[in-house]
Design a protein around this ligand. Sequence first.
Ligand code: THG
Length: 285
Amino acid sequence: METKLTSAKKQVVIKTEGPTVLIGERINPTGKKKLSRALQKGDLELVRREAIDQVMAGADVLDVNVGALGVDEEVLLPEVVKVVMDAVDVPLCLDSTNPAALEKALKVYQGKPLVNSVTGQEGSLDRILPLVKKHRAAVIGLTMDDEGIPDDVDKRVAIAHKIVKRAEKMGIPREDVIIDCLTLSVGANERAGMVVIESIRRVKEELGVNLTIGASNISFGLPDRSIINNAFISVAICMGVTCPIVDVAKVRPAVLATDLLLGRDRYAIRYIKAYQQRQKREKMK
Ligand code: THG
């Protein structure tokens, strides 16, 4: 199955057979004081920089989230989308819990974006799916509902089924729904890793769709987070995740190694190219 995203100039095809497509997470003020303050002031230079840096580091798609305290997302999300479209050529993932902000961002977007996100909650399905349909976008479906994020694999998989079914009923093709089984920290709950991994395996097996994951959450509150993040992403890809939302510069080598091990990098071309680029940049320092 293939999910096609576009910008004004580029198409990115996310295939259930890989190779892994990387969605850059860094245009997001969560936990970033400097970016939060810049967004609050309406200073978008840092956003432009983050966009360019992530694409240089190998991001295929960029997530755009402006949810900082005191920010009017309805105004700022479309503005930031314009700045990022101007700075880089990759397709975007519009990340907001505010449907009005998503709608305004969809109006200015040139191409076919990914909408992040819809949940299994009736209110969310009713508000978000019509927007996705109208703008012919693709959408991330989160496996949560009115009761929150289930601790139970069967319940998460059932929500994924519900979201796909509802999308199809509305005329959104299954290939334009990407499921996110939701990552919680293994620091807070030792079952968190198993539950998300097994949910990924089941959604892939039962629905055959593309899957994403916000990988960094897995290590929240623990030391040396990148070790856990890299291990988690590798396992998640092995189980069916095809377009994780990640800190691209930090995880790309491990992702390329995983793709190579899974037979998704013929002659190790992508792995070797990335190695050569790292060498070149080392020398320029
Ligand atoms: N699923 C979907 N979308 C998502 C998430 C998800 N969007 C947001 C988030 N989760 C993914 N993006 C981030 C962005 C930043 C961080 C984690 C996930 C992060 N930030 C550091 C912190 O909070 O400590 C700041 C680190 C820095 O300065 O570099 O960890 O799950 N569909």
